[in-house]
Structure formats: structure tokens, C-alpha cells
Design a protein around this ligand. Structure first.
Ligand code: SAH
Ligand code: SF4
Ligand code: F3S
Length: 441
């Protein structure tokens, strides 16, 4: 069989990255080899995101650019996948002519069959139906050679319906994989040399909700921690309303669980949190932060914040700033509110102007930069355990690893250290990374 070439461009979150990897595994079975050059490809897939308007614009501009390759190669197959494909369905075909395939987040497992059909008949295909079982969830992605870190999806979808968010509409209801499937996958990854796993889900804290045998997230973490060869466990994302005391205690009781939690707060104003349908108050959030810090003083805490949600007054915004001052996050991903079709927030009054959103975001980011820098400076002279991932981007002589708290450290060392756990003393804290000196292995 002649080799055919596949090029995939991925936008959006880690789940989309994982989905793209699974697509590549499925297509390898029908003879497609993944390449990094789109010019060479026989099949191009764009795996899209729809979380904010900007993500949509990026996906369409990339589609437009790649469609030009069809002028030179009419046999080229172009597919539009992921959350934006799920949202728009056939509308993609009317917006951009000559797209061969549009498929959504529950149809990944059908990819080989859809591509074979297109090769036979050159017809246009659209598949965006939802199913009660996501068949692609159990596709094993072998880690690339030398890879130490892997992502493992433990669930799909979301039932939370935060007022601003499209994810529940595009990924369907929450569904957890069985502990057996997850543990099998991690054991296999460990045999391939993986040392660190990050468990993925929109709301990992509620893992197991729809499983029959009463599995929950804490029991899953404990079982994973018994797997030989896995040194570090991480997870993302946690929803504050479902963060139990039992899970908080794992940070001090399960040695392999890394001391980092990403806990999106979204806003520091109770009236905005209510409009957002987040299911917790600022007081409850602060209590959870206190518990996390008293159970595990070294824990690093990161968050997501949206500015300019409909109805957000200057006072509400100031409450977010006050909360950030109280908590001092290690880092924050912050966004301007972006209106999404079909969400509850679309119907809310009190839209905030673009200029106001931009101003609030700028101020908030400046404050967070100050906190991040202060936190990183506080780490100077401390000893940190790193898992060495590879060469540093900054210098040939340097290696790079991550602390258990998820911070990047560059230090002098050779490639023989890749895959090893080493201890470094932090000599300098910068805004985006730390500098260290190796003290032992
Ligand atoms: N499931 C995760 C993350 C979902 S998306 C969670 O619940 O935390 C990642 C982040 O994008 C969200 O935390 C939120 O801060 C942001 N986001 C989602 N929808 C948005 C919108 N319409 N406009 C701006 N930011 C949004
Ligand atoms: Fe979106 Fe909320 Fe679900 Fe996160 S928890 S994916 S923000 S609806
Ligand atoms: Fe985007 Fe879908 Fe992820 S909307 S953030 S790719 S779940």
C-alpha cells in the first residue's frame, strides 16, 4: 500500500490535542502517516475550538489558507473537526466551498470509514450526531519516543452549563471512563516509559458520577498511585463546587500527587458568580483555598478569570481584584468575556463595552504578573524536585524540567538527565520560569 500523508492542525484545549492524537492513530490503520508539512499532505484535518469568538476566527482563517492547497492538488481531502465543527455542522459547507468532511466530537471513531467513503465517491460528509457512548475514548495513543509525560482522558463532556460556556453543547453530557480502562491505559503508558500522567476532564472532581460501581475521583487517584513506574500524577480541570475535603487531603497523603491545582474562580463577585451559574460563592471558594493551603502549604494554585461578563460593574470587577490580592495565585489565564450563541449569558442585559473589557483585562494581568513574579522570587534558595523533560529552549548547555508545582526550571546539565528526577536549588525566579543549580539526582 502506498503511503499517504496526513497533516493535522489543532486549536483549543488539551482535550482537542488528545483527540487529534487519536485521529492520527485511527488513520495510521488505513495507511496515513503523520507529517509536519501541509504541502505534502493527502489529507488535512483542522481540529477546531469554539470557546471564544477569536478561536472561531482562527479556525476559519486557517481553513481558508489550507483550502488554497486544493487548487494545486484536487485530490486533497480536507476535514473540519472538533467543537466548532460540532457547533456549525453543514453550515461549514455553505461558508467554505469544497470542504470534504465536517465531523463533531462524538464521531472521531468513524474517521477511517468516512475517509474511505470520500476516497470512493468524492462526496461531502457531515457527521455531528451525539451518542451515549464515545467510542474513541479508549483509543490508545502510544507516547512518542522518549516522552515522559502523557495526558489521559478520564471523562468527556460537561453537565455544568456555566452561563457563558459552549462546552456542554459541543461535547455532550458528562461521561466517565471506567477505572479499569483508565488503569489499563496508564499501565501501558508506564511500560512505554511514561513517568507523569495528567488526568483530563472538564470537571475531574465529579469523575464517576455516572458509573455504576460507585467509583470516585479520590479512589481513582489512589489506584493510579499504586502503578509502578508512574512518579507523578496531575489533573485538570477542577470545579470549585465539587472539590471535596477528601480530595484536598490527597495533596498531603498521596506522595505521587503533585502539589498544584488549577481551580478556575472566574470572578470575585457573588452576584456575577450567580449569573454565571457557577454554584459557589466567593466565601466558599476562599474557604477551599484556605483548606488547600493548610493541608499542603507548598501547593501552587492557578486559576481562570473572565472579565466583562454581562452585568459586571466596576464594583464587581474590583471585587475580583480584591480576591486576587487576598489569594495571590501562582498564575492565571484571564479572558475577555466572549458572547457565544445559544448560551444563557447571551440573553443577559448589561453588556460591557470592548474598551472596558480591554482595560479591565490589562489591569488584571499586570496585577497577576506582579504576583507571579513575587511567588517565583519567594522560591529562590529553595530546593525543588524536577522531572527533566529535555533541552532548554534558551541555551544549548541547559536542560529544562518542571517542578512538582508545575513551574519551568532551566539549569546547567546534559541530555543524560532526561527522564530523571533531580533536585535543584532555585537561584533566580523570573516571570515565566526559574533558574536552578543541580544539587543531586
Ligand atoms: N472546564 C473548565 C475549563 C473550560 S474552558 C472549567 O470549568 O474550568 C477554559 C476557560 O475558558 C474557562 O475556565 C473560562 O475562564 C474561559 N471561557 C469559557 N467560556 C468563555 C467565554 N464565553 N468567554 C470568555 N472566556 C470563556
Ligand atoms: Fe464550561 Fe463550566 Fe463545563 Fe467548565 S464547568 S466546561 S466552564 S460549562
Ligand atoms: Fe475549545 Fe472544545 Fe476545548 S470549545 S476549549 S476545544 S472542549
Amino acid at each position: 500500500m502506498k503511503n499517504k500523508y496526513l497533516y493535522i492542525e489543532t486549536f483549543g484545549c488539551q482535550m482537542n490535542v488528545h483527540d487529534s492524537e487519536q485521529m492520527a492513530v485511527l488513520l495510521a490503520d488505513i495507511g496515513y502517516k503523520l507529517v509536519e508539512n501541509s504541502q505534502k499532505a493527502d489529507l488535512i484535518l483542522i481540529n477546531t475550538c469554539s470557546i471564544r469568538e477569536k478561536a472561531e476566527q482562527k479556525a476559519f482563517s486557517e481553513l481558508g489558507r489550507l483550502m488554497k492547497l486544493k487548487e494545486k492538488n484536487p485530490n486533497l481531502i480536507i476535514g473540519f473537526a472538533g467543537c466548532l465543527a460540532q457547533h456549525l455542522g453543514v453550515k461549514v459547507h455553505s461558508r467554505v466551498k469544497n470542504v470534504d468532511l465536517v465531523f463533531g466530537t462524538h464521531n472521531i471513531h468513524r474517521l477511517p470509514e468516512m475517509i474511505t467513503d470520500i476516497q470512493k465517491e468524492r462526496k461531502k460528509i457531515t457527521r455531528i450526531d451525539f451518542s451515549s457512548k464515545i467510542y474513541s475514548l479508549n483509543i490508545f495513543v502510544p507516547p512518542s519516543e522518549g516522552s515522559l509525560c502523557a495526558f489521559v482522558s478520564i471523562m468527556q463532556g460537561c453537565d455544568n452549563y456555566c452561563a457563558y460556556c459552549v462546552v456542554p453543547y459541543l461535547r455532550g453530557p458528562e461521561m466517565s471512563r471506567t477505572p479499569g480502562d483508565i488503569l489499563d491505559e496508564i499501565q501501558k503508558l508506564s511500560r512505554c516509559g511514561v513517568k507523569e500522567v495528567t488526568l483530563l476532564g472538564q470537571n475531574v472532581n465529579s469523575y464517576g458520577k455516572n458509573l455504576k460501581h460507585g467509583s470516585n475521583f479520590v479512589s481513582l487517584i489512589k489506584k493510579i498511585s499504586d502503578i509502578d513506574g508512574i512518579d507523578r500524577i496531575r489533573f485538570t480541570t477542577s470545579h470549585p463546587k465539587d472539590l471535596s475535603d477528601e480530595l484536598i487531603d490527597c495533596f498531603s497523603r498521596v506522595p505521587k500527587l503533585c502539589e498544584h491545582i488549577h481551580l478556575p474562580v472566574q470572578s470575585g463577585s457573588n452576584s456575577i458568580l450567580k449569573l454565571m451559574n457557577r454554584g459557589y460563592s466567593t466565601e466558599e471558594y476562599l474557604r477551599k483555598i484556605d483548606r488547600l493551603r493548610s493541608s499542603c502549604p507548598k501547593i501552587s494554585i492557578t486559576s481562570d478569570i473572565i472579565v466583562g461578563f454581562p452585568g459586571e460593574t466596576q464594583k464587581d470587577y474590583q471585587e475580583t481584584i480584591d480576591m486576587m490580592e487576598k489569594i495571590r495565585f501562582d498564575s492565571v489565564f484571564s479572558f475577555k468575556y466572549s458572547e457565544r450563541k445559544g448560551t444563557a449569558a447571551q440573553k443577559l442585559q448589561g453588556k460591557v463595552t470592548e474598551t472596558e473589557k480591554r482595560q479591565r483585562l490589562k489591569e488584571l494581568q499586570a496585577l497577576q504578573d506582579r504576583h507571579t513574579q513575587e511567588k517565583n522570587t519567594e522560591l529562590e534558595e529553595s530546593v525543588q524536585e524536577l522531572l527533566v523533560e529535555g533541552r532548554s529552549k534558551n541555551s544549548e548547555q541547559d536542560m529544562m524540567g518542571r517542578t512538582r508545582s508545575w513551574k519551568i526550571v532551566n539549569f546547567k546539565g546534559g541530555p543524560e538527565l532526561i527522564g530523571k528526577l533531580v533536585n535543584v536549588e532555585i537561584t533566580r525566579g523570573y516571570l515565566h520560569s526559574l533558574r536552578g543549580k543541580m544539587i543531586d539526582r
